[in-house]
Design a protein around this ligand. Structure first.
Ligand SMILES: Nc1nc2c(ncn2[C@@H]2O[C@H](COP(=O)(O)OP(=O)(O)OP(=O)(O)O)[C@@H](O)[C@H]2O)c(=O)[nH]1
Ligand SMILES: [Mg+2]
Length: 330
């Protein structure tokens, strides 16, 4: 329920009315058809209390405006239809472009405007045409299709190929208990673990399902979760040192991120060179260090290097959040 396609339909405007007034002693008292009311908008509003899209239906229509009456009475404006969505909802159009990011409590996005009400015949009266028999029909509301998706707000994202040891790491550093097994694609949903520090601060670390070559083209499991990567402040590339050619792993991971969204692989990041306890694993470290990224040597299994990893992860994510704040002020 962290993704949904919805069609939104603004309410139709009410029709204008054709009517002529006839009162005592004046048979032709002139046109008195009122205007139609406006149709309602469909609006998305982000609230913290809502956690997923399970209550959001796939077609959402707003009410129609009321028709114009006689005696110049306007039709009723329809109420807007407000749909509550979770904080961190991203709204994309069908070209997958992000058009709105509802990340603060209470913010709203007008997804489909209602049509305006039609004018009644009274509005068409002019010196030449004293008894117009025309009125406008109400305009149709807007119709759009959007994709709603939920971005998890983790500080740190663990990115890696299946079996690299991401879940083992998360188990070792937090109380989260994602499944660990020696086959690929063990993790099918992102897990978030909270790392507790002595100074009472916390860091949310996301264990994301393994990426493979072609994930950005929707191969394997990773695609649906690449969206979560966008909001992580720090990316940790978890590289399996016991596998062939770690540098190639890193390039492939970066490539998939970049294919998914340009600029994603240039986020603040570091390399977690994992499974350092395995034989020959140290042979590849130099290669990784030459990439210019900081390399942290770890073993999720023996616990080696985890303390250093946590200290640096905290420092780096704080640095990047300061950077972000400064950018926002600019
Ligand atoms: N020797 C050694 N084995 C490890 C280490 N970390 C993980 N493993 C083993 O590697 C295998 C895969 O570990 P997982 O933590 O499930 O890997 P993952 O990256 O979460 O894999 P997916 O969920 O499939 O993407 C398991 O058999 C782990 O026991 C490590 O530091 N050293
Ligand atoms: Mg896993």
């Amino acid at each position: 329920m962290d993704w949904r396609e919805v069609k939104v339909v603004g309410g139709k405007g009410g029709d204008g009315r054709v009517s002529f007034l006839s009162v005592y002693m004046i048979e032709f008292a002139g046109p008195d058809g009122g205007d139609g009311g406006h149709g309602g908008h469909v609006i998305f509003q982000s609230v913290n209390a809502v956690k997923d899209f399970s209550h959001v239906s796939s077609v959402i229509m707003a009410q129609q405006g009321g028709p114009g009456g006689n005696k110049l009475m306007s039709g009723k404006n329809a109420k807007h239809r407000i749909i509550k969505v979770p904080l961190g909802t991203i709204i994309r159009n069908l070209d997958q472009e992000i058009i709105c990011d509802l990340s603060t409590e209470g913010s709203m996005f007008v997804a489909a405007k209602g049509g305006s009400g039609g004018k009644g015949n009274a509005s068409f009266k002019n010196p030449v045409q004293q008894a117009p028999k025309v009125a406008e029909v109400g305009a149709e509301g807007e119709v759009f299709v959007y994709n709603l998706e939920l971005r998890t707000m983790a500080d740190v994202g663990l990115i890696g190929f299946p079996n690299a040891g991401k879940s083992t790491l998360l188990q070792a550093i937090s109380r989260a208990r994602p499944k660990v097994a020696s086959y690929p694609f063990t993790t099918v949903n992102p897990h978030i673990g909270m790392v507790q520090y002595d100074d009472l601060t916390q860091l949310a670390v996301a264990d994301l399902p393994g990426l493979i070559r072609g994930s950005s083209e929707n191969k394997g499991l990773g695609y649906a979760f690449l969206q979560h990567v966008q909001r992580c402040r720090l990316l940790l590339y978890v590289i399996d040192l016991s596998a062939d050619d770690p540098l190639d792993q890193l390039d492939a991971l970066k490539h998939e991120l970049e294919q998914y969204q340009t600029g994603l692989s240039t986020k603040p990041s570091a390399i977690v060179a994992n499974k350092i306890d395995m034989p020959y694993s140290k042979d590849h470290i130099k290669q990784l260090e030459e990439t210019g990224l900081e390399v942290m040597l770890t073993s999720g299994r023996t616990g080696l290097g985890l303390e250093h990893l946590l200290t640096r992860a905290k420092q780096m994510s704080e640095e990047s959040s300061q950077l972000q704040d400064e950018e926002e002020i600019d």
